[in-house]
Structures are given as C-alpha cells and as structure tokens.
Design a protein around this ligand. Structure first.
Ligand code: ADP
Ligand code: ZN
Length: 737
C-alpha cells in the first residue's frame, strides 16, 4: 500500500504530494486526511495523506514513520481540496493550508477513564494521596475524560500524581494522543463576547407564509441530504430568520452548519443572532483571527464541540465531518472570490462541498448575482422567493435627484437641497440617517488650477486622494505624501475636486452642527473593535447620522433609519468591467434596503448625474426581475458569463518591456495550440501598474470549464514564463485586475 503525502518542509507546504510506503503495522491506522511523520532526505517532516494507491512498480520508496493523528482532516474535505486544485489550476499543497490551522503544532495529551478494577472497589482508605480519591470519583462520574478537562480542576502536578497512583493500582487506563498547541491567544478581534453584541428585540416570531414555504423546501432538502437553493428575498424580508430555522433543523439531525457573510463588518450581527439562538455551539472563524485563537476554534470544529461556524469566505474550509448545511448570505458579493492564490470562488466551492458531503447549500440575496439567478432559471438552483418585508415596513419610497440641475442652480456642496431638507426633517422626528458614498478620503481628484498637474502614485498608475489629515494617499499601495498646498511644477494653487466620505462628513458637520455623526470606512475602521463600537452606537441610537462606504450598504439591520441618501450613484457605473452595471444596481438596491425597515416611512434619495441610466432607474424601483432581464440579454449578446466561462492570465513584473513581451509570447503559444477558446488581448490590466509592478493580461472565453482547462494546461506546458515575471492563473475572475 502506498500513500501520497503533502509534506511541510521548512514551514512551507510542498505543492505536489510525495509517495510513501505504508508499513504493515500502520495499515489499519492511516486514513485519508491523516497527519503523519515522514522521512525527507535525511530529516523528518510532518505531512497529510491525500491519497492511496496499490502501485507496486516503484522501487526504493521510504516509509511513513508515525501516525500523529489518524483523522486530522475528514476524508470528504480531502476530496474537496483535490477538486479545488484541479478546478482552479493550482497545486494540492496550495489548497491544503486553507483547511488547516495556521500552524500544525502539537503536544502530547491523554484521555483517562476508570478501567480494570471496578468502581465499587474504590475506597478513600486505599490511597496515600487524598486527592487521588477525588480524581477517581470525578472519573467515575464523567467516564472518559480529557487531560484538558482535568486541567480545569487541578494542576498538572496534582493530576500526574493522582493518575500515577491510580494506574499503579490498576484502576485507570490512559490513552496518549496528540493535541494541537494553540500558541499565544493574542487579542481576539471578533470573538464572541456576549456583552459586545446588542440584541434588539429578538421575541417570538411567527413565520410568514412565504417564510414557511421556503423553510419547508429547505427542510426537505436537509432531510434528504441534497438540494441547492437560491433564497431571493427583498431587503428586510426575514431571510436570516429562515436560515435560523433551517439551522435548527440541521442540528436536530446531528449535522453541522457553515454560515458565510461577505465581510467582517457583518460578522457581529450574524454571530450575535446565531449565538442568541444556539449559544456555545456557535464559533467565529475568519482569516484575521490571531493564530492561537484560530487554532483553538479550528480544534473545536474538528472535535465536534462546535456545530455552527460563522465567518467570511475562509470559514467555508471548517473541517466539519458531518456537514449538513452551508448558508452563503449576500451571495452576490464579489468578496466571495479569493483574490490571492488559490483564486477560488466560495460559491462554487460551497456547491461542490455540498455535493461531496451531501449538504444543502443556500445562496441568499436581495439582489442575486446574474449567474446565480440564471442557474435558478435553468433549475440548477431551486428558487425560493420572499417578496414581502416582514417587520411591517413597506419597501421604501425612492426618489432620484438629478445633480446636473442642482449644479446648474449653482450648488457648491455635495448634498442637494432635497437631501438637506429630508435630513433635517428626519432628525427632527428623532429618526436616523444613513449616507452612502463608495469612496473614502476627502477629495479623490487633485489638480493644479494653472498647469493641470495631477499628483500620482510613484508605484501605481493611479492618482492620489487627498485626506482630511492633510496627506495625499494612494488607495492601492498605501503610499502617503505630504501635502504642500501648491503645485510642485508651477507653484500654482491646487484644486480639491470631488468628494469622499470625509468631505461629506465635513459638510454635514457644518450643515447640521447639532447632529451626532459617525463615519464608517476603511480609514475610520482600522480596528474591528472600532466597527463594533460604531455599530453599537448607531444601533442604540446614540448617533443620528452614519456616513459610510459599502461596509454599511449590505445586510445591516438598523431599525431607526428612515432616510438613506446616496451621495453619488455613478461611481461604480463606468468602471471598465462587464459587471459594472450589475454592481451599481446591487449597491443601490442594497443600500436603499437599509431604510424604513420598521416603519412605512422609509425614504431613499439617490443623487446622480445619470438619472436615465437603466441600472439606476431599476434600482430606484427595486425591480430586480426587470434588471435581470436586461442584464441577461446583454450578457448573452456580448457572450459573457453565465453563457461562457472566463479565465484570466495575468503577467506582472517590474519592467514594462519584459511584461509586454512575456504577454505576447504567451498569447502566441495560446494561439498555436489551436483550441477553440477565444483569446482577448494581450492588453494592459485595468490598473496597468500597482505596487511597482506593470500588469498585462489575456482573457480567455470558452463555452465551458473543460475546454478552458484543456487549453490552459496545454499552453502552460509549452510556455516558459521568464524569470522575474509573475504568472497569475485565474478561473472565473470577478474583479478588475
Ligand atoms: P433580511 O435578512 O431578509 O434582510 P432579517 O432576517 O434580518 O431580514 O429580518 C429583519 C427583521 O425582521 C429582523 O429583526 C427579524 O427578527 C424580523 N423578522 C423576521 N421574520 C419575521 C416575522 N415572520 N415576523 C416578524 N418579524 C420578523
Ligand atoms: Zn500606489
């Protein structure tokens, strides 16, 4: 018997598995996903078994030395990681770390239980050490007990002495094992301390008939262990309530649950609601947890102590063996795509994981991605619709404000007269206002009034943004420059054009000096703790106006908000991306959905220079189906997903000439192999230089994944990427590069 093992050498996972012989005494002990110790050169290394074979022709193979944990990862999870490597064109050693805690550190630990002699023979008089009898009684009561739980009562020394005595007298059996060393815990960024989550009302809720129907289908799926669903519910339609019930049904069947949210900022709200319903069964898992805490949470998941994981996309890799349900909330979010190697899409991976582990997958959104809705229209996802808002509120009234007219009338600020009026009225009623602008900083455009000079980043092909602290910043690489106040070329005066969230905040503070104002963007949210503070302040109505970027657009449930103002609806509209219109529609619909969630007086004001744009008009009517019809027709006409599958080959390097010539020779190889895959480019990337690297790209279009993969593999076999150039392979890109 042979095993393929991904080994960890010098703290790095080696890409391709190595083959080892399984010595006969170990044969019954090694399973797929086992953690083993293997020889490498003249050293030893840790590894994880990802496959078996019977091949006998290979000579001189080394043998596995030791099994550290026969079930480090459940077998279906190994199957998933191999699938991911195949599907996203990366090596198994690149996908494996996604499934593991940050460091595989271990220490020996034991389980102990009373065995051998019977309990009735236990007598305090038998033992020298008085504590021994106490420990024995505890074991008699608890059965099989871990070292960890003994440690909660006694010190290591006390435990050691007591167990030694019990063992010597034949009362106790001990089994040694390995456990994870958690390492330093550090400060938890988003742990689940109850007092930090305010729950609102959270009372007995009777599901509406729409919710009941959706739940019925989900429960049928959960019982059968299959089914993929798209829960399309307007904002405030009670999707989360449906998830909670479906989760309860999954727990009833003793199966486990993963809940994904698109951003960190949404974890407290979702985790709070889950925690309220399911208590300690819930854990939070995401990439920014300190290593020690991530390991501890991971171990809770693996050991079955936790049953529900909530987190951002990486929580999808929680090593549950009996997974029964995956919920992907706000399914349309581009953040479900991983932008580093392996460049996976959590939605695709979730569907695959569901298939492998016979778990139900629910994608939920008020504005489903065109791809997901298309899958539903073809019957690949079962569509469940929630058309009514639950909490009594009607969908808000939306008005479009034509900013061209405002400026013709001589307005100088960024808030229209109508928006100012409504803010005033809302504040007077003691209600709250949410202002949305998807751009941080103070002024996004800086330019010299006399010579036209524009400060740009020295590392990136973008202009710098002026910030309220008097510095110019690059939003791509973080470069910071002091603001001299005058043009470095001609000493002319510099104009600050356009508005970011800081400028809107400044304007608001002047116009409404009495109002209590908060700002939420990545500048003000440097620490997750700060976001929790802002969230709680606003939720408990200790602030009147919240200004923010997309952090505040999605999913947030603030009952006090009755006015939402969109400062500039056009920002995402003209990006050179076939999804620009979809993004705009989604953002506007989502942000509009934050208004009037508990009353009938919700109002949304959308300021735009493009009032006739269909994405803006349809969003103002909250007409998802109308938008989908328009979008799907255009995707079909222009041959974009879901009608084709895309791949991107990106080339990046410090010398422009080298990058360009590498891109052209890659294009040549692709054309030579004569596949039917359509090749676009080479062309400079949307942002042609980032962090000192020039970037060119090729986009591939094919009817399906198989053709793409075949062409890419053939081409990459022949193509030799020059040294100093990075080659980025990406299946199904969803973002500009
Ligand atoms: P969504 O996730 O669709 O935006 P939520 O699930 O957050 O909506 O629901 C919004 C609010 O309505 C929550 O406070 C929730 O507790 C409440 N809610 C959900 N279902 C019902 C119901 N059937 N009756 C009354 N209130 C409900
Ligand atoms: Zn830069």
């Amino acid at each position: 018997m042979l095993a393929s093992v991904i080994i960890n050498s010098n703290k790095q996972w080696v890409g391709q598995p190595l083959i080892y012989e399984i010595p006969s005494p170990l044969i019954g002990q090694v399973h797929l996903g086992a953690w083993v110790r293997v020889p490498v050169g003249n050293r030893e290394a840790d590894g994880v078994i990802v496959g078996f074979s019977q091949e006998t022709a290979i000579q001189g193979l080394k043998s596995i030395k030791e099994v550290l944990d026969p079930e480090l990862l459940p077998a279906p999870v190994v199957e998933l990681l191999l699938w991911m490597s195949e599907y996203y064109l990366c090596l198994p050693g690149e996908t494996l770390p996604l499934f593991l805690p940050p460091a595989l550190k271990r220490r020996q630990c034991f389980w102990a239980w009373l065995g051998g002699k019977g309990r009735d023979e236990l007598d305090p008089a038998l033992f020298i050490n008085p504590l021994t009898f106490e420990v024995a009684t505890y074991l008699a009561k608890r059965g099989r007990v871990s070292q960890r739980s003994l440690r909660r009562r006694w010190s290591d020394k006390e435990i050691g002495l007591a167990l030694k005595e019990l063992e010597a007298r034949g009362f106790v059996t001990r089994q040694w094992n390995w456990e994870f060393k958690e390492g330093k815990k550090g400060v938890s960024s988003l742990g689940l301390k109850d007092q930090e989550f305010q729950s609102l009302e959270k009372r007995v809720i009777h599901l509406t008939s729409e919710q009941q129907l959706a739940l019925k289908f989900l429960e049928m799926g959960i019982k059968e262990g299959k089914g993929n669903f798209l829960l399309h519910g307007v904002t405030g339609s009670g999707k989360t309530e449906v998830y909670l019930r479906a989760i309860a049904s999954t727990l009833d069947l003793d199966r486990e649950i993963i809940v994904l949210v698109p951003e960190h900022s949404l974890i407290p709200q979702m985790a709070g609601r889950l925690k309220e319903a399911f208590g300690d069964l819930v854990v939070v898992l995401h990439g920014d947890l300190p290593d020690g805490e991530r390991t501890a949470v991971w171990e809770k998941v693996r050991s079955g102590e936790a049953k529900i994981v909530v987190g951002t996309r990486s929580a999808l890799f929680a090593p549950f063996a009996k997974l029964g349900l995956i919920v992907i909330d706000e399914e349309h979010s581009p953040t479900y795509k991983n932008e580093a190697n392996p460049r996976y899409d959590a939605r695709e991976v979730a569907l695959k994981r569901g298939q492998i582990q016979e778990a139900v997958v629910v994608l939920g959104s008020a504005t489903p991605s065109t791809e997901a809705y298309f899958l539903a229209s073809r019957g690949h996802l079962k569509l469940l619709a929630l058309k009514q808002r639950v909490a009594g509120g009607q969908l808000p009234k939306v008005e479009i404000i034509d900013m061209r007219e405002e400026y013709l009338e001589g307005r100088s600020g960024y808030l229209s007269a109508r928006l100012q009026e409504e803010i005033q009225a809302t504040l007077q009623r003691g209600e709250q206002v949410l202002l949305f602008l998807n751009r941080r900083g103070y002024a996004p455009h800086v330019t010299c009034r006399s010579c036209g000079y524009v400060p740009t980043c020295t590392n990136c092909a973008v202009s710098l943004t002026y910030h309220a602290d008097g510095k110019l910043r690059c939003h791509y690489c973080g470069l910071v420059q002091n603001w001299e106040g005058s043009c470095p070329q001609c000493r002319g005066s510099l104009a600050l054009l356009g508005a970011g969230t800081q400028r809107v905040e400044a304007e608001i503070r002047v116009l409404f000096p009495e109002a209590r104002v908060l700002r939420a963007d990545s500048d003000s949210l440097k620490s997750p703790r700060r976001w929790r503070e802002i969230y709680n302040l606003f939720l408990s109505r200790q602030a009147d106006i919240l200004i923010g970027t997309q952090t505040i657009a999605k999913g947030m449930d603030f009952p006090g908000v009755s006015l939402v103002g969109v400062i500039n609806a056009d920002i995402s509209l003209f990006l050179p991306d076939f999804r620009a219109r979809e993004r705009t529609f989604q953002l506007l619909t989502q942000v509009a959905g934050r208004s009037g969630r508990r009353s009938d007086r919700g109002l949304v004001l959308i300021q735009t220079f493009n009032p006739e744009d269909p994405a803006i008009m349809l969003a103002s009517r909250q007409d998802y189906e109308g938008f989908y019809r328009l979008e799907i027709a255009s995707r079909q006409a222009l041959r974009y997903p879901p009608f084709v599958k895309l791949a991107r080959l990106g080339l990046a390097g410090p010398y422009e000439g080298e990058v360009i010539s590498a891109a052209f020779s890659l294009a040549r190889v692709l054309k030579e192999i004569g596949s039917s895959v359509e090749i676009l480019g080479p062309a400079p990337a949307a942002i042609p230089k980032v962090k000192g690297e020039y970037r060119w790209q090729l986009t591939l279009k094919a009817p399906g994944w198989h053709l793409l993969k075949e062409a890419l593999e053939k081409a990459l076999e022949r193509y030799c990427c020059p040294p100093g150039i990075k080659l980025i392979k990406e299946i199904g890109p969803v973002n500009l590069w």
